[in-house]
Write a protein that binds this ligand. Structure first.
Ligand code: CTP
Length: 203
């Protein structure tokens, strides 16, 4: 889904940086690609692109691991000893960028994804918790939706309370419908009324 969004944005003339973890489809050559294996590396690369690179929008389509092992073994683990893994939470990249984006003028548009199974009822709360402008929610247990398919059925929730239920579409069509919303918000965020209401730094 992330690659479909990158391709659709490139087709509209955008400059695109893809921060890629494990991706199973080819990445568009016209994009700048930054590889990130660990969540901490992905966080640094996303912050560099959005904050330092002054991006107009972040679309956070990555399925980021929520936990990582708390310690790393320096020697071989032997089977006879048994093993209990202690996990610690990873950095929440979207929540951090969503929070920091509020201090920027113009404020970048922040889009999150929520892959749920069975029900999308937690999605509005997730949108608020992550500080996103839009949240693309889908039920990945539904046939033709989510990972490893060319199609997706999503609901786009807006921070303004809007709820746009899209039919089953190709991922490229979902990408274009999403980008229509993103472009409208980028325009909104750069209007004088919007930029004037943002906090500015003291001289
Ligand atoms: N995300 C992130 N950093 C993480 C985990 C998730 O930036 N460490 C982003 C995902 O890329 C996605 C959004 O947050 O855009 C929602 O991810 P999801 O896994 O659905 O939510 P969680 O934060 O894991 O919340 P929960 O476990 O309650 O579902």
């Amino acid at each position: 889904m992330g690659v479909a969004i990158a391709e659709a944005a490139l087709a509209r003339g955008a400059r695109v940086t893809i921060v890629a973890g494990r991706v199973e489809v080819p990445l568009p050559e016209a994009a700048t690609v930054v590889r990130a294996e660990r969540t901490a590396e992905m966080r640094d690369a996303v912050l560099a692109a959005v904050i330092d690179g002054a991006a107009d929008a972040l679309v956070m389509a990555a399925a980021v691991a929520d936990f990582r092992p708390a310690t790393t073994a320096t020697s071989k683990l032997t089977r006879g000893d048994g093993l209990t893994l202690e996990l610690e939470p990873t950095e929440d990249i979207l929540a951090e960028v969503g929070g920091r984006a509020r201090e920027l003028v113009p404020r970048p548009v922040v889009v999150g994804f929520a892959a749920e199974t069975g029900s999308l009822e937690r999605a509005p709360e997730k949108l608020r918790r992550k500080g996103a402008d839009l949240l693309v929610a889908n039920d990945v247990s539904e046939a033709g939706s989510g990972f490893g398919t060319d199609t997706n059925r999503v609901v786009i929730l807006g921070a303004d309370g809007s709820r746009d239920e899209l039919p089953l579409l190709s991922k490229r069509e979902v990408a274009d419908r999403l980008l229509d919303r993103v472009v409208a918000l980028v325009d909104e965020h750069s209007t004088p009324e919007h930029t004037a209401s943002r906090p500015t730094e003291a001289p």
